[in-house]
Structure formats: structure tokens, C-alpha cells
Design a protein around this ligand. Structure first.
Ligand SMILES: C[S@@+](CC[C@H](N)C(=O)[O-])C[C@H]1O[C@@H](n2cnc3c(N)ncnc32)[C@H](O)[C@@H]1O
Length: 197
């Protein structure tokens, strides 16, 4: 699938309010992860963040350098209705794969599973490119069987271990104990670090 098709696909889903992935709040695994971070100066990206409740949470908690990227204009417009004081320049309405600035931390939630499965290596490479040395990709990944039908597309711990360890040190990859109820048993928490050298 081309980026243009992706743009139209997601934009239409927002326009039609066909957003079954949206939980209307920040999820507990991300709250607990963000809450234990002490350095509020780090640069954080939330890619494919949609309505970005997680980015809003980080921003309101005092993280100074919070960035969002989403390909859908409507998601951005609705985000700004809710969070008008979020810096306009820090919500990039565009393609994650075309980005080239650096971040210390990138937060994943339902973005990996939303992309065509054939893009997964490209996703890992792009995450690696966007992170500073020693920077981390952290968040939740679904674990239900991969089928042709999606999004969301499934995956497994074994797949994630194999794919991410090609370019990252996989520090954590384990079933989530603190998932929201509808996702309990169907997601893992990952922390993958870009090697320092
Ligand atoms: C399943 S939704 C998840 C949204 C959000 N993470 C959440 O959990 O509510 C996937 C999001 O990825 C965005 N997206 C898809 N392809 C993208 C791309 N190439 N670059 C940036 N955003 C993209 C879509 O617009 C959509 O908002």
C-alpha cells in the first residue's frame, strides 16, 4: 500500500468515526511507564497517535518536549480541540516514515499493528533512525494471531523478539500485567534500546 492510500484510508476512518481502537483515555501500561520517568527534558515522540491521549498525558505531566505524528488531519484537528495549548509545531501531520528528527523516547500503541505487515522491518528501521543512541522505543504490542485481515494485524512475542533484536537491545518483552480490561492477555510491553555504539 502507498502512503497516499494510507492517508486516505485513515482520514476516512476518522471522518466516519470508525475508530474502534480509540479507548478515549491514556492506557494504564503507558501511564505507569510514563509515571516512572524522572527526566522531564527528554524528547518524546508518539507516532500514529490518533487522538493522542497518551501525548496529552505526558504533556500535562510536565514533559517539555512532547511530539505527536499522525497522517490524519482530522485526528490532529480533534486533538487540538481537546488540548488547545499543545504546541502546534509539535503535532506533525504527516508520514512517520518520512520523518528524520531525533527523539530520546518513542511510545508505541496500536501503530505497529495498524500498518501493513509487510512494513514491519521498515518500521523497525525507521524507529532506529529516529532514536538517539541509547534512546528507547517503549509501549504495547498486541499478541493475537497474525491474519490477512486487519488492521489491527496480530503478532507474537517470538516475532517481536526476532524482529526488534536485529537492531535493538530488547530490554523488556513480556505480557502486560496492567492492560486495560478489553486488552488483558492480548498485549505485551516492549522496551527496546538503540545501542549506544
Ligand atoms: C489504530 S490507530 C491508533 C491510534 C492511537 N495510537 C491509539 O491508540 O488510539 C493508527 C494510527 O496510525 C496513523 N497512521 C497510519 N499510518 C501512518 C503513517 N504512515 N504515519 C503516521 N501516522 C500513521 C493513523 O492515522 C491512525 O491514527
Amino acid at each position: 500500500m502507498k502512503t497516499m492510500d494510507q492517508n486516505n484510508y485513515w482520514e476516512k476512518r476518522y471522518e466516519e468515526n470508525n475508530t474502534g481502537w480509540d479507548i478515549g483515555d491514556v492506557s494504564t501500561p503507558l501511564v505507569e511507564y510514563l509515571d516512572q520517568l524522572e527526566n522531564k527534558e527528554i524528547t518524546i515522540l508518539f507516532p500514529g497517535a490518533g487522538y493522542a491521549f497518551d501525548a496529552e498525558y505526558a504533556f500535562k505531566k510536565g514533559f517539555k518536549n512532547v511530539w505527536v505524528a499522525d497522517i490524519a488531519q482530522t485526528a490532529a484537528e480533534r486533538f487540538f480541540k481537546r488540548v488547545p495549548d499543545f504546541p502546534k509545531s509539535q503535532f506533525i501531520v504527516g508520514d512517520f516514515f518520512a520523518m528524520d528528527r531525533k527523539f530520546d523516547l518513542i511510545i508505541e500503541q496500536t501503530f505497529y499493528c495498524a500498518l501493513p505487515p509487510g512494513w514491519r522491518d521498515k518500521y523497525v528501521q525507521q524507529m532506529h533512525k529516529l532514536l538517539t543512541k541509547g534512546g528507547k522505543l517503549a509501549g504495547v504490542l498486541f499478541t493475537f494471531p497474525l491474519t490477512e485481515k486487519g488492521p489491527p494485524f496480530g503478532g507474537s512475542i517470538e516475532e517481536y523478539q526476532e524482529r526488534f533484536s536485529k537492531m535493538f537491545k530488547v530490554k523488556t518483552l513480556k505480557p502486560c500485567y496492567n492492560s486495560i480490561k478489553p486488552r488483558l492477555g492480548n498485549e505485551v510491553f516492549i522496551i527496546a534500546e538503540k545501542p549506544k555504539d
